[in-house]
Design a protein around this ligand. Structure first.
Ligand SMILES: Cc1cc2nc3c(=O)[nH]c(=O)nc-3n(C[C@H](O)[C@H](O)[C@H](O)COP(=O)(O)OP(=O)(O)OC[C@H]3O[C@@H](n4cnc5c(N)ncnc54)[C@H](O)[C@@H]3O)c2cc1C
Length: 264
């Protein structure tokens, strides 16, 4: 680990001020990704801005027909939230399946969504539920937020503050996990909100994406059988020691079928 300065602000405004003053400063939330990167000297920030002292970033509330989750809310809190379980049970289920208990009790939704790991769980829910990402300076639609592997629409120094999830009529999630790391090899989050169907695929490609052929099939007929015949092309799928592009493409259809069945 390289030396760095440590800041622990208590307001979003102060955190943004510190980040604006130093382009090499980095926010830290649960530290599940950033700390290992620091330990391995893969990242060399001049200072680390710990967001854990900012009370306004924590918590879950229902606001009309939306569930609003603060950036510093840990995965375990989403998994156990009565509000989330009542309104979007699949979101609680998704959070309960992230990593292991240690990861779920430290990792945060803000850190996960900001990081945009291709194998992360939350990005699929953000896209399929057509959520809005609220940052320290603006509101960003899910379709504009995730831009590529580990890349989002946020600018350096911009902080993710909350994610607003519209409450769907139906939602389902299924994933094939890597048995060693527990990260997603391919996953599908399907949702119907205000009559509109969205299908988001995670883990299979460099970045979460919408599977529009499946959306069309489910709009015509909401059933597992409707997506069973929709094949995912292997062209842009990830290929590594854990699975070939063809295997991941196959998993996309299988996971979508299971997600629709889970949604009911
Ligand atoms: C063993 C292991 C298994 C895991 N398995 C899974 C899994 O199955 N599924 C899954 O989805 N994830 C998994 N994870 C990742 C985990 O869920 C964390 O959520 C993820 O690492 C990032 O969240 P964090 O709060 O720890 O962020 P941090 O590590 O603190 O930060 C990650 C990045 O986001 C930036 N950042 C953090 N907060 C903000 C913010 N509010 N605004 C702007 N930028 C910010 C940081 O600067 C950093 O670049 C796993 C991690 C580990 C270590």
């Amino acid at each position: 680990m390289y030396d760095f300065a440590y800041h622990k602000p208590t307001t979003v405004a102060d955190a943004v001020k510190i980040l604006a003053a130093d382009s090499d400063a980095r926010p830290i939330s649960g530290g599940q990704t950033l700390l290992p990167a620091l330990k391995h000297r893969l990242n060399k920030p001049t200072s680390v801005v710990d967001l854990s002292g900012i009370a306004e970033l924590r918590g879950i509330k229902r606001d009309g027909n939306k569930i609003v989750i603060g950036a510093m809310t840990r995965h375990a809190d989403v998994a156990n939230s009565a509000e989330v379980k009542a309104a979007i049970p699949m979101l609680a289920m998704l959070a309960s399946g992230i990593g292991d208990p240690a990861v779920r009790n430290r990792g945060t939704i803000g850190g996960s969504v900001s990081n945009n790991d291709p194998a992360a769980d939350y990005p699929s829910a953000v896209v399929a539920l057509n959520a809005t990402v609220v940052t320290s300076s603006r509101r960003i639609a899910a379709d504009d937020f995730f831009q590529g592997m580990f890349t989002t629409a946020m600018e350096p120094g911009e902080l993710l503050v909350a994610v607003e999830f519209p409450i769907p009529e139906k939602a389902g999630y299924a994933k094939m996990r890597n048995p060693a790391s527990r990260y997603v090899m391919a996953g599908a989050f399907v949702a119907k909100t205000g009559g509109q169907v969205r299908v988001a695929i995670n883990g299979a490609a460099a970045c979460v994406f919408r599977q529009k052929d499946m959306e069309a099939a489910l709009s015509a007929n909401w059933s597992p059988a409707a997506v069973a015949g929709v094949k995912q092309a292997a062209d842009d799928m990830n290929s590594d020691i854990h699975g070939s592009a063809e295997y991941r493409a196959h998993l996309v259809t299988v996971m979508a079928k299971r997600a629709v069945a889970a949604a009911g």
